[in-house]
Design a protein around this ligand. Structure first.
Ligand code: SAM
Length: 333
């Protein structure tokens, strides 16, 4: 079958408004099979398992980046969120520009959309730092015969990339793990946020980290999220966030130093919980939100077992740090 038609067919399930997990899983497997066929190799056999260590965090090895597709809710929400962002932008302009920073070997989150829009309406710039991943990306795009579309592929570092070809209308990056640990999402977004105006849409639009409490006890009546309590938002990255805006304005070229935040959780609130945790919430775009524990990106990160806590309250000092292993740093007293 024609690869383009097959791509549209296998990815149509992502656009259905209600989730049928069985159909979504089938669609995801078919999409992955098609991508593997297009790249002409089984990725677990290539030397693409090694992550790349950089000053601002790591870039995933090819195999791991390819496997992100399997996080069904993540992949569905991003594809739908990007689609909604395109719809918002495309009617007001003759043509729009989308930058995808950290595509992985398949440009997984954007590929289902390219063929669904006119080739004259959207220009694409795809950035990928990992040379092995980038080679596979080139092969996939070439096998799909997308020559009539305006697609620029660049083997570059998105934390340093300069927007020399105009300001994109939509900027996409999914270079993160739960609690924004290890990977380079924050550095990539800060580099790009510094260069755009208010009109550009960032996907995800907002990522928030909360400090809170969790219990390991679960009864069959309780759905997972009822076992959580969010005490305080301790980090946010979005164009709208006042701290991000302040840092971008006042630390335009320096290394970013995020504020330290002190949180006190009182004894009454601690009752019934036995773990301190970090919770991640992602607003991809509009109503496409990835809630706590719905994806690998929003799995709670347990930072301390407090089942033997005898104190009246717990104080936690947090600060997001960008270094070779970015993370939300914390001190518990
Ligand atoms: C978590 S994977 C996601 C892959 C794909 N976008 C997806 O969502 O399925 C992140 C990708 O971003 C790439 N990446 C990480 N840091 C980067 C950087 N600074 N510049 C460009 N690409 C980067 C990694 O090599 C990896 O392929």
């Amino acid at each position: 079958m024609d690869n383009k038609k097959e791509l549209i067919r296998v990815t149509s399930e992502y656009f259905e408004n209600s989730i049928d997990y069985h159909k979504l899983l089938k669609a995801s497997k078919e999409y992955k099979n098609l991508l593997n066929k297009l790249c002409g190799q089984e990725l677990d056999k290539v030397t693409g398992k090694d992550n790349i260590q950089l000053n601002n965090g790591m870039a995933l090895g090819t195999l791991w980046a390819a496997m992100c597709i399997d996080d069904l809710i993540r992949t569905r929400k991003f594809i739908r969120g990007i689609n909604k962002a395109i719809k918002e932008k495309i009617n007001n302009k003759e043509s729009i520009h989308i930058l995808y920073a950290g595509t992985g070997p398949f440009a997984t989150l954007l590929l289902p959309l390219i063929l669904r829009y006119s080739k004259h309406k959207i220009r694409y710039t795809l950035l990928e730092i990992n040379p092995i991943t980038f080679k596979i990306l080139q092969k996939v795009i070439s096998e799909l015969k997308l020559g009539a579309y305006s697609i620029t592929l660049l083997n570059e570092d998105a934390t340093k990339y300069k927007l020399t070809h105009g300001i994109p209308d939509i900027i996409i990056s999914e270079t993160m793990q739960s609690a924004l640990a290890k990977e380079q999402q924050v550095s990539i977004f800060f580099n790009l946020m510094r260069q755009v105006n208010l009109d550009s849409i960032f996907i995800p639009k907002k990522i928030k980290i909360y400090l809170g409490l969790k219990t390991t006890e679960s009864s069959s009546e309780k759905i997972q999220t009822q076992n959580y309590y969010k005490e305080k938002k301790v980090f946010e990255i979005s164009k709208e966030d006042s701290i991000c805006a302040h840092l971008i304005e006042n630390q335009p070229h320096k290394e970013i130093s995020f504020p330290k935040i002190k949180t006190i959780i009182t004894k009454e609130k601690l009752e019934g919980f036995n773990q301190l945790a970090l919770f991640t919430e992602i607003q991809v775009f509009k109503d496409e939100v990835i809630e706590i524990n719905k994806s690998g990106l929003t799995t709670p990160l347990i930072i301390k077992d407090i089942s033997n806590n005898s104190k009246d309250s717990i104080t936690i000092k947090t600060q997001y740090k960008i270094c070779n292993e970015p993370k939300l740093d914390y001190k518990i007293t």
